[in-house]
Ligand binder design. Structure first.
Ligand SMILES: [Zn+2]
Length: 266
């Protein structure tokens, strides 16, 4: 999609129909609108495994975070659809709308006009809302594009892992708090996208390189190690899930260490 468009951040399970209709109405009024229109994961992969990337990446049907991020970062403006379920997603570490917040902040920093938050109060989008958003959409589409860039040579920024050989590390793919989202292109080639500013690396062979500790452009370092935003309160289940992801990650690191240095004691 090379023509300017606006994108939606929304809660798929509850607000899909509303967003689909709204996007259709806006597009009919000359404001091209994109939304993530399907969401799929393998049936036998739990949400915990999915968020932690703890499954074979070749079974990933969609890599929806990366799909979303790639589209979002090329939008002219974003509509955030709020409601009870959306608010929960937005405030729960690792969930979809929570992961989209960093990119939305970047749009707000570029120009606050680019982000519109709406509260879904009706089953279907009402005429007044459609008119309002179509006017807004025309204004943001007329703005200059948000500055984006791509690295020509990702190796310049990436760190050597110290590992050799064609290693498969899909487990790094969707570590929920990382600053980047990985996009795997084939068995060896992968790219990263900054979740905040959309900076995108070139292709690199994952076995020997890893993304730098923070975004080379906007310096976003992810949420790891940082205190969650003040309004986020984890419930027991979320805390437990994050703890398990961390444990699995530590076990993986240990295994890789042993593999690269077979003489090391366990
Ligand atoms: Zn960035």
């Amino acid at each position: 999609m090379s023509e300017p468009f606006i994108a939606f951040s929304y809660h798929f399970a509850t607000d899909y129909e509303f967003v689909r209709e709204l996007a259709t109405f806006l597009t009919a009024r000359g404001v091209r609108a994109w939304f993530l229109d399907k969401l799929s994961k393998p049936d036998d992969v739990s949400m915990e495994q999915y968020l932690g990337g703890l499954f074979d990446w070749r079974r990933e049907p969609q890599n929806w975070h990366a799909t979303y991020l790639s589209k979002l970062c090329h939008a002219a403006g974003i509509i955030v659809v709020l409601g009870a379920e959306a608010n929960e997603s937005r405030q729960s570490v690792g969930r979809g709308m929570w992961r989209e917040r960093a990119a939305i902040e970047f749009f707000e920093a570029d120009n606050p006009l680019r982000v519109r938050e709406i509260v879904r109060a009706t089953e279907r989008p009402e005429e007044a809302l459609v008119t309002d958003l179509a006017d807004w959409g025309r204004r943001v589409i007329a703005l200059p594009p948000v500055l984006r860039q791509r690295l020509d040579n990702a190796d310049r920024e990436n760190r050597p892992t110290g590992l050799t050989g064609p290693m498969q590390l899909p487990e790094l793919k969707s570590y929920a708090t990382a600053w980047y989202e990985l996009v795997r292109l084939d068995l060896y080639d992968v790219e990263w996208h900054c979740r905040r500013c959309g900076l995108q690396s070139g292709n690199y062979a994952f076995g020997e390189q890893a993304p730098p500790p923070r975004c080379p452009r906007c310096a976003f370092a992810g949420y790891e190690g940082a205190a969650p935003p003040a309004e986020v309160v984890l419930n027991a289940r979320e805390s437990e899930t994050l703890r398990k992801i961390e444990d699995a990650w530590q076990r993986l690191r240990q295994r890789l260490k042993e593999r690269s240095d077979p003489g090391a004691p366990e």
